[in-house]
Design a protein. Structure first.
Lengths: 266, 279
């Protein structure tokens, strides 16, 4: 028997079994409420499709394979936007975190742009780039790059001074400090930053595809809205959610495999 | 070394020159001032120290007196506001491999195994791999961690981490080893073991050591000589040779002469405080 008192111990663990039961029961509850509301006829099917209809849609698109071209094109956009953001953002973040002059140059403008709402850029990007692939990649790039830069810079700043001092007293020059101490020291935390960025990328992918696309997972949802196919909308959102979750877990796994030495890991 | 002219700019007297010739590190009139919006704070007013070859020097002082700052200045890690600093026959300008350093915080590279941590300085020197292996092997034995050669720092205890840090500094064969409260974060049992090990290392390796600590017992146990620093703005207020046996075991700490020395230095440190209260 679980004592209520034991659940409310501040920062004390509960058994993993109980933890999983709690997590699963919330999922079950949400689906249950959904089921009752839709199947019971409390809410119109136009507004709330039944779980069965959504499941049927999902099975259909995956068996016929028609969803794979949408997943493919969405992945391509995310990948391109993300890679370009990493190629520009990580070195720039390292520079900002390492050199005060670089911070003066780039940090204020980055912070400024970071607070501009990305969706507001979309019309502008459409004017500049049209509605081809470049436009979607640009949306994802703008959405992630300016978040990534200050986060990488912070990772660099969190490298202990004494670690850098220590390698100086072993005879290192600046180049060695950057390449052999700062870069490896920030690697695990930066992988984690990239994982968070991946989440942002998925969000902005959907933004891009909702307003300026004729293919992809986001466009699929938009198309369904025109015909009031809420089951397709539900299905589309679920697919994006699950794919995002899988990417997230892959990053976490990669981080553990690549950096077994990191504190707190494993 | 022959025919190399001494490039010491501020030598003023022949006396000074003679003393420099004998010492491993010679520092005179070291001054450290911090400037801020509120004005200038004098951290170190005037500190002069000299360390001869194979001495084990400790610098003790009340917390915040700037003893760590003095060491970091000697290590070339902090800027100095005034004074002359010489190592061997060269002025000290910036950090270098000739002054190895061990810090209070754990500074092992977490992505490298124990043996690769010890190897870092040798790699920077581009020493041939074979030669590196020999040195790494020797220091693993000295710090008694041969069994942990493939371990990562996160798998080590605090005492073990500091042993590796010492080995890493020594493997680089520095002219002087600078130690900034290296055992400050360790429990008393481990600390005592480390002190015995440190004394052994100093004896066998014939290292020249400057050791910062606020623990007077530790300073007396380890050192051949102790500098006592005053409160801010600090000066060196005493230079005390420690005439204790060459062979030192932990039991030494219970002997009358040890306790007398410890008391004498403790009293010196407290003088400052008393004067403050009187004033």
């Amino acid at each position: 028997m679980i004592h209520l008192k034991n659940l409310f111990r501040i920062r004390k663990g509960i058994s993993p079994v109980l933890y999983n039961i709690l997590a699963l029961s919330v999922f079950a509850l949400v689906i249950g409420v959904w089921w009752v509301l839709s199947e019971g006829g409390f809410v119109d099917k136009i507004f709330l499709p039944t779980p069965r209809a959504v499941l049927k849609y999902l099975i259909e698109v995956f068996t016929t394979g028609e969803i794979f071209s949408d997943i493919g094109i969405s992945f391509y956009r995310i990948f391109m936007g993300f890679i370009i953001a990493v190629i520009i953002g990580v070195p720039l973040g390292v520079l900002i975190g390492t050199f005060n002059f670089a911070e003066g140059l780039f940090q204020p403008i980055t912070e400024f742009i970071r607070y501009m709402p990305v969706p507001a850029f979309v019309p502008l990007i459409m004017v500049w780039c049209g509605i081809n692939e470049t436009a979607k990649i640009m949306v994802i790039l703008i959405g992630t790059l300016f978040q990534l830069i200050p986060m990488v810079a912070d990772n660099v700043r969190s490298v202990p001074d004494d670690l850098i001092s220590a390698v100086y007293t072993l005879g290192a020059n600046k180049r060695t400090v950057i390449l052999k101490v700062i870069i490896p020291a920030i690697a695990p935390r930066t992988m984690d930053t990239l994982r968070v960025m991946m989440g942002w990328a998925w969000t902005y992918l959907t933004v891009a595809e909702l307003v300026a696309a004729n293919s992809g997972l986001g466009y699929n949802i938009l198309k369904a809205q025109r015909f009031l196919k809420t089951d397709v909308i539900f299905g589309g959102i679920l697919i994006i959610g699950v794919l995002g979750l899988i990417m997230d877990r892959l990053f976490a796994l990669l981080n553990r495999k690549m950096f077994p030495w990191a504190e707190g890991g494993e | 070394m022959f025919g190399k002219k001494k490039t010491v700019p501020t030598l003023e007297s022949k006396v000074l020159e003679a003393r420099v010739a004998n010492s491993k590190i010679y520092a005179e009139g070291i001054r450290k001032v911090y400037s801020s919006k509120k004005g200038e704070t004098v951290a170190i007013e005037d500190a002069s120290i000299e360390i001869l070859e194979n001495e084990f020097i400790s610098i003790v002082g009340p917390s915040g007196c700037g003893k760590s700052t003095l060491l970091r200045i000697l290590g070339g890690l902090d800027e100095v506001s005034g004074g002359t600093m010489i190592i061997g026959d060269r002025p000290i300008e910036g950090p270098g491999a000739d002054r190895g350093m061990v810090f209070q915080s754990y500074t092992l590279f977490p992505w490298l195994t124990v043996e690769d941590n010890i190897r870092v300085g040798l790699k920077i020197k581009k020493m041939p791999k074979k030669e590196q292996d020999g040195i790494v092997e020797r220091y693993l034995e000295i710090i008694k961690l041969s069994a942990f050669r493939k371990s990562y720092p996160k798998e080590l205890s605090g005492g073990m981490k500091q042993r590796v840090a010492i080995a890493r500094a020594l493997a680089n064969s520095p002219e002087v080893l600078l130690m900034d409260e290296p055992f400050g974060a360790l429990d008393s049992q481990t600390k005592a073991e480390m002190q015995v090990l440190m004394r052994e290392i100093w004896k066998t390796e014939r290292t020249t050591i400057i050791f910062i600590t606020h623990d007077i017992e530790e300073a007396v146990f380890l050192s051949t000589r102790i500098y006592v620093m005053s409160d801010r703005p600090s000066v060196i207020k005493a230079n005390i040779p420690i005439y204790l046996p060459y062979e030192r075991k932990l039991e030494l700490k219970d002997t009358a002469e040890f306790i007398a020395l410890r008391r004498k230095i403790t009293a010196m440190l407290h003088e400052d405080k008393e004067q403050e209260i009187m004033a």
